[in-house]
Design a protein around this ligand. Structure first.
Ligand code: AP5
Ligand code: ZN
Length: 216
């Protein structure tokens, strides 16, 4: 199954991608996670990306396209993958199409997550992530068993620096300007499936199963 999860910041793409990845044993490719890893390791790419991420802007297309090219070439992606947060611009979508053609692959579906903006702000302001394994929690909606400690690896939870209110506002604006046009782009290719991302993680997961079930 080759799918893309599309949607504004905080709609729950990463949370649902983790679940589908575990169910299908197919990798989640999150450009956000890959970039945060690079920032943490202070690689040349990470240092370049950090200034964009800190202000809620998109990292240049050629940087993220290069990262995805590398990932898609790995054997783990041969049977399928879940792309989370990529593509985010029309140029990235066109590059993805070329990358897939080079690997004799096609996309099965693009799931477009939609959540009211008030809920997005609540989800992002309460999000906590593991500084070590990148597991994601929410102080109210998905709390860890022990406050501020990762259930999976025991490391401390942190708040993402781009989840501060000003940066969230900038990310939402960038989404509207640069990423929302992909909804029409993929509608035009008959790949888009709209998903109501409101409600609990379980409720959304049930809806997603109905959309992706036939492909799993
Ligand atoms: P990225 O990490 O991709 O951030 P994003 O798209 O803004 O998405 P988020 O991770 O904020 O949200 P999500 O939809 O995954 O929600 P989540 O499941 O975590 O990108 C970060 C930055 O990297 C970008 O700003 C950009 O600079 C750069 N970047 C990344 N990709 C790029 C690209 N392709 N091109 C250029 N630049 C790129 O859920 C959010 C919270 O809500 C969590 O706390 C979760 O526990 C909770 N939650 C989830 N589902 C529910 C639910 N149903 N009910 C209640 N709470 C829920
Ligand atoms: Zn962890």
């Amino acid at each position: 199954m080759r799918v893309v999860f599309l949607g504004a910041p905080g709609v729950g793409k990463g949370t649902q991608a983790d679940r589908i990845a575990a169910q299908t044993n197919q990798p989640k490719i999150s450009t956000g996670d890959l970039l945060r890893e690079a920032v943490k390791k202070q690689t040349a790419l990470g240092l370049q990306a950090k200034s964009y991420m800190d202000r809620g802007a998109l990292v240049p297309d050629e940087v993220v396209i290069g990262m995805v090219r590398e990932k898609l070439g790995e054997p783990a992606c041969a049977k399928g993958f879940i792309l989370d947060g990529f593509p985010r611009t029309v140029a990235q979508a066109e590059a993805l199409q070329r990358l897939l053609e080079d690997n004799r692959m096609t996309l099965d579906r693009v799931v477009n997550f939609a959540v009211p903006v008030g809920d997005i702000v609540k989800r992002l302001s309460g999000r906590r992530s593991c500084g070590k394994c990148q597991a994601v929690y929410h102080v109210d909606f998905a709390p860890p068993r022990v406050a501020e400690i990762c259930d999976r690896c025991g490391a401390a939870l942190v708040q993402r620096s781009d989840d501060k209110p000003d940066t969230v506002e900038a990310r939402l604006r960038v989404y509207e300007e640069q990423t929302a046009p992909l909804i029409r782009y993929y509608q035009g290719k008959h790949l888009l499936a709209d998903l109501d991302g409101s409600g609990s993680v379980e409720v959304v997961s049930g809806r997603l199963q109905r959309v992706l079930g036939p492909l799993m």
